[in-house]
Ligand binder design. Structure first.
Ligand code: HEC
Length: 139
């Protein structure tokens, strides 16, 4: 089992556009710190999201979805996750005029910090999900 896990890890490292230093344990730790500071209030300490996250609230907005294996974050390619985190729920990722609580982090976090926080989220997905992503997206 161990060799398989490290193969998955290596493939995802090789597939990452993260730059020279690559996603090492330190980068994941930095991502976790950013997650706790910027994302956990809505997406949950354990990436569990908000209750009833599929049901719009009375104001029409959706609660924050989980980023763990029960959510749909892992269904999306990394490019899309980076874009949503940076720009928020705007076209082409959402309809024109769509109203959402998801902030645009572009003015607050650097691209590198956004990559790291998503790297942390990715690091929490179980091996079978990571393997499915490699099959679907090549990374
Ligand atoms: C103020 C609450 C709030 C904060 C803080 C927040 N989000 Fe969100 N996020 C949401 C909501 C609500 C949605 C669902 C948007 C929708 O569909 O209307 C969402 C959706 C998303 C999505 C797209 C949905 C998916 O599962 O693919 C991503 C990616 C995401 N958030 C990442 C982050 C990251 C990374 C952070 C921290 C840097 C963060 N969010 C911080 C509320 C928040």
């Amino acid at each position: 089992m161990k060799w398989w896990w490290s193969t998955v890890l290596m493939v995802s490292i090789a597939g990452c556009s993260g730059g020279a230093d690559g996603p090492d344990a330190l980068a994941v730790m930095e991502g976790e710190a950013i997650y706790r500071a910027e994302c956990a209030t809505c997406h949950g300490n354990k990436l569990e999201g908000q209750p009833e996250w599929r049901t719009p609230r009375p104001d029409g907005k959706l609660p924050a979805p989980p980023h763990d294996a029960t959510g749909h974050t892992w269904h999306h390619p990394m490019e899309l996750l980076l874009a949503i985190t940076k720009l928020g729920m705007v076209p082409p990722h959402a309809p024109q005029g769509y109203v959402s609580d998801m902030p645009a982090f572009g003015g607050k976090l650097s691209d590198r910090q956004i990559q790291r926080v998503l790297l942390y989220i990715e690091s929490q997905w179980p091996p079978d999900i990571r393997a499915q992503r490699i099959e679907r997206f090549g990374k």
